[in-house]
Ligand binder design. Structure first.
Ligand SMILES: Cc1cc2nc3c(=O)[nH]c(=O)nc-3n(C[C@H](O)[C@H](O)[C@H](O)COP(=O)(O)O)c2cc1C
Length: 242
């Protein structure tokens, strides 16, 4: 699927069928995880697939996710990062979203779950000794089917003029200029990137032949850095096609 369609159609899945994945899907997930482990080992990043989702859910329920709302899924993938510097947060977003897109491309439902503030003991109970380095996990499963006539739920997104600026951080970029640069479609699509609490903290400034990414600072900057990493992944993917 081309990235434009992927982005416009993607959304987090929080309601999963109470059903394990097929052996074929499980094998494909293991392949994705193995490949990622090979590719990112040198950056101090590793991944684990947890087939027994019930155990993870029971140990994190009331503790992980927004206000302790853990998402119940048949399986989870967790990412362990050795270091927690700012660049590691950005890399977390970039790398975990890359894996997330691979999972979604298998026609699976997924959702990021934040576990960065979960106490060590609970993380170790869920993930074993790896637990300490895990800040984000991905819930995986088959999405529950929508009821007939139930409207599609989409989280609101900023308009391009609200997050893309020209020359400074105040002047909204002229859509015609963006169009001439081939960037209007890129920004119209990347705004569908997922972000922590849908905060969409990314801002772009187009300056001559450069596009600079800025971040709105706030109370949850470490999470916003992850969101910026997610954005960098999609921006790069979209730019490959123009
Ligand atoms: C870094 C990050 C952390 C997230 N953490 C959670 C979470 O803990 N619980 C949850 O339900 N969704 C979580 N999400 C999903 C976002 O809430 C979701 O992407 C956003 O609201 C936009 O909705 P959409 O993905 O359906 O387009 C997270 C997303 C990102 C990128």
């Amino acid at each position: 699927m081309v990235m434009t369609n992927f982005l416009q159609e993607r959304k987090s899945v929080r309601d999963f069928k109470n059903k394990d994945l097929t052996a074929k899907d499980l094998e494909q997930i293991r392949n994705i995880v193995d490949r990622a482990n090979t590719n990112y080992k040198s950056c101090g990043i590793s991944f684990n697939f947890y087939q027994n989702g019930q155990l993870i859910y029971d140990r994190l329920d009331g503790k992980a996710g927004y206000a302790g709302v853990m998402i119940k899924a048949p399986h989870y993938v967790a990412m362990t990062v050795a270091s927690k510097e700012e660049k590691d947060q950005v890399r977390t977003g970039y790398v975990l979203e890359q894996i997330n897109t691979e999972l979604v491309n298998l026609d699976l439902g997924t959702c990021w779950i934040t576990v960065d503030k979960v106490e060590e003991a609970a993380k170790q109970a869920a993930f074993g000794s790896e637990g300490k380095g895990i800040d984000y996990i991905i819930a995986i499963g088959y999405p529950k089917r929508k009821k007939l006539f139930e409207p599609e739920k989409h989280s609101a997104r900023l308009e391009v003029r609200e997050f893309v600026f020209q020359d400074d951080c105040k002047t909204p970029a002229d859509p015609d200029v963006l169009d001439q640069l081939g960037l209007f479609d890129v920004f119209s699509s990347v705004r569908y990137a997922p972000s922590h609490k849908n905060a969409q903290p990314w801002r772009f400034v187009v300056e001559d032949n450069q596009v600079k990414l800025y971040m709105v600072m706030g109370k949850e900057d470490s999470r916003s850095l992850v969101d910026c990493g997610v954005m960098m992944f999609y921006f790069q993917e979209m730019m490959k096609n123009i």
